[in-house]
Design a binder for this molecule. Structure first.
Ligand code: NAP
Length: 285
């Protein structure tokens, strides 16, 4: 199986390379060689590699900055994805596209199903939804879309690494306890993607690690686990605060737990609890 990976420098892209199955021949094509801002560079990359599959792990991901850089966010998360989908259709290439819990407004009281109505409130979420819709319109049931949430990895910048840094520098921390979701180790997601590819799964699905947490719960766990394995010397007070006390340019979903049932049934994979995954990732640091 020949797979072209876009976005290999990102958290997920890096984990996909680490977990590469033996039967996959992987080509990576990265920024600036492939720039999602340039139609030509995308088509050159795809035409020169002739893959069976494209995994698109590239995206414009700075959620708050997207509120200012709207055009760029739409170019990368929507228009480039549309162009990749068209090239996939022309060349009979299957596509795996990664999307986000931010396509939902977060007003649910139970985990979001893949076919629940999206209603993003941030530029990032809106641009990612447009990308998903382009994939569905052009490739229909020939594409796999996986929505995930709260990704972190030992590679790249994320909440876990930011918290560890702040816990070493600050006397105390305020962390939001009103937003609920599921922390997800990109390593687990990458293994899941390879299994889905092997099974030739198509459609829109959800995947996160198991369990539910607030950012406050997540920060508390990072501190406890960090002390447990010697990454941190001492504990500092971590105080739960409301969203109003920590205003950000982009509005985030208050509740974005994703229902994974259909994905679990289709693949037979069992998710691992986020705290166990967090421990595994911290041991790598
Ligand atoms: N991070 C999260 O919490 C989260 C949550 C839910 C869903 N997701 C989705 O999961 C996927 C993977 O996320 P991630 O956290 O691994 O993202 P990431 O670490 O921010 O990596 C994004 C990748 O996109 C590439 N990229 C950015 N602009 C580009 C451009 N103009 N042309 C070509 N490549 C470009 C980056 O290249 P450079 O490194 O060279 O800039 C990088 O390789 C994305 O679709 C994201 O929307 C992420």
């Amino acid at each position: 199986m020949k797979v072209l990976l876009l976005g290999s420098n990102g958290q997920l892209g890096w984990e996909l390379q680490r977990t590469l199955p033996d039967n996959v021949t992987l080509t990576i094509c990265d920024y600036p060689k492939v720039d999602f801002g340039s139609t030509d560079s995308i088509s050159q990359c795809i035409n020169s590699t002739e893959p069976d599959y494209i995994i698109n792990a590239a995206a414009y991901t700075p959620v708050d900055k997207a509120e200012q850089e709207k055009e760029l966010a739409y170019r990368i998360n929507h228009l480039a994805v549309l162009e990749i989908s068209e090239l996939c259709k022309e060349n009979t290439i299957s596509m795996v596209h990664i999307s986000t819990d931010f396509v939902f407004n977060g007003q649910n009281f139970k985990p979001y199903q893949p076919d629940d109505t999206p209603d993003p409130e941030s530029v990032y979420g809106k641009s990612k939804l447009k990308g998903e819709q382009a994939v569905c319109k052009i490739l229909g049931d020939k594409a796999l879309i996986i929505r995930t949430a709260w990704l972190y990895s030992s590679h790249g910048n994320n909440f876990v690494k930011t918290m560890l840094k702040l816990m070493k520098e600050k006397p105390s921390l305020n962390v939001i306890d009103e937003q609920i979701g599921t922390p997800t180790w990109a390593n687990g997601l990458s293994k899941t993607i390879w299994i889905a590819l092997e099974k030739n799964l198509k459609g829109t699905f959800h995947w996160t690690d198991a369990g539910v947490a607030s950012w406050y719960d997540f920060a508390m766990a990072i501190q406890e686990e960090g002390i447990g394995i010697g990454l941190l010397d001492q504990s500092i007070p971590i105080l739960p605060v409301g969203t109003l006390q920590y205003p950000t340019p982009a509005k985030r979903p208050m509740y974005s737990v994703l229902d994974k049932t259909s994905f679990l049934q289709a693949t037979g994979i069992s998710p691992i609890h986020w705290r166990v995954q967090l421990r595994s990732m911290l041991k790598e640091l």
